[in-house]
Design a protein around this ligand. Sequence first.
Ligand SMILES: *Cc1c(COP(=O)(O)O)cnc(C)c1O
Length: 462
Amino acid sequence: MPFDQSQLRLLPSVDTLLHSPEGQELIARYSHELTVRAIRSSVQQAREAILQGASCPSASELLREAAQTLERSFLPNLRPIINATGVIINTNLGRSPLSATALHAVQAVSSGYSNLEYELEAGKRGSRHTHITRLLCELTGAEAALVTNNNAAAVLLALSALAVGREVLISRGQLVEIGGGFRVPDVMRQSGCHLIEVGTTNRTRIADYAAALTEQTALLLAVHPSNFRITGFTEETPLSELVALAHTHHLPVLHDLGSGCLLESQHYGLAHEPTPQESIAAGADIVCFSGDKLLGGPQAGILVGKSEYISRLAKHPLMRAVRIDKMTLAALEATLHHYRLGEAEQHLPIWRMISASPAELSKRAGQWVDQLRQVGIQAETQAGESTIGGGSLPGETLPTTLVALSEERMPHSLESIARRLRLHTPAVVTRILRNRLLLDPRTVLPEQDHQLIEALTAVLQG
Ligand SMILES: *Cc1c(COP(=O)(O)O)cnc(C)c1O
């Protein structure tokens, strides 16, 4: 389309817009420089549109555009979302939400100074690593403990400190990829130890380990296959047998447990998830796990085990590079206290989600359907399944009641609705299955219910 020269002449100058009352308001709010930049960009966009044949927008349209650009630029890029997917621990969605007490602890130690590395009794330099040692030992039965930035760092540190330049035995069935590029063989190479694979993918016996031992062996590594299951003709060497063999040869066993589940998952209708307590009781010399999977705390790597090995890790130069920060430490300490008090299920969001009763979930789903009906949106409940996710309890599901929106009753395609929900503030993440958009109340925090209904109303009625 040919453009209209007269439309171009109608375009107000940047200066005129800046001097308007709305322009002055933007300057007062965002600074002169940012306002000039935003107004220039909306005028420039309008000019380009006119050259493509559009007509000239009004001054107030241009100013509104600039105001929106400015407002959007100040939204945090990392922001809260509502997880309606029914996947409880999702690495992409930040894994475990923190308990209110943990959040409070973070605020308390980070809004002022703290005794992060200071001994109050003696008035001298202390260690950040001692704050939660006793708690971790009490909860897991270990002699010593150490925390890092995450579990990948914990594995790297342990292998670097105990096996550099020497051989580490691992079953072929445990050479796993956890996701996000964490592959056990790569981490082993990075730590400078030599990987010796034993057994086969589906069966590894203690004799396979025994046959692979040499003068060069530094350590026996067991990795919990936390995100998949092999079934059928399988055999895994029990940890206690591995420990007995290793100790006969004065070698340590490192058990990478992944999830760090301190509770008995069978009480919640799930398969048994191996616990750090069990690994310690079986004699593992070092056990490591994440802080933000089934432990339900902040991102962290936790190492528990024998003092002779843990103290070698604590002194290793890599320790400085993988150390935990004060906010995480505060959140982790508060999280662990919930376990000590036997109140994890009431206070840790992921355990509240895991233990939510079918009746409770069905009631909330029913309430959502009613509230949606009141604003003219047709939805219905249906039986479904929630999953644990995040490299914990693969294949295990929990029965739930979902709220379903059917494609045929909706004003837009389900893909488009899901996208609009993701771009809404707060963002809502859902799943689509067989022409239905599904919302699972299990992973939506109860205090987010009204925000979820508002988001759906805005997206479907807006
Ligand atoms: C999740 C996982 C890791 C990595 O832990 P991060 O805390 O994500 O670094 C390592 N090993 C196993 C077995 C895991 O499940």
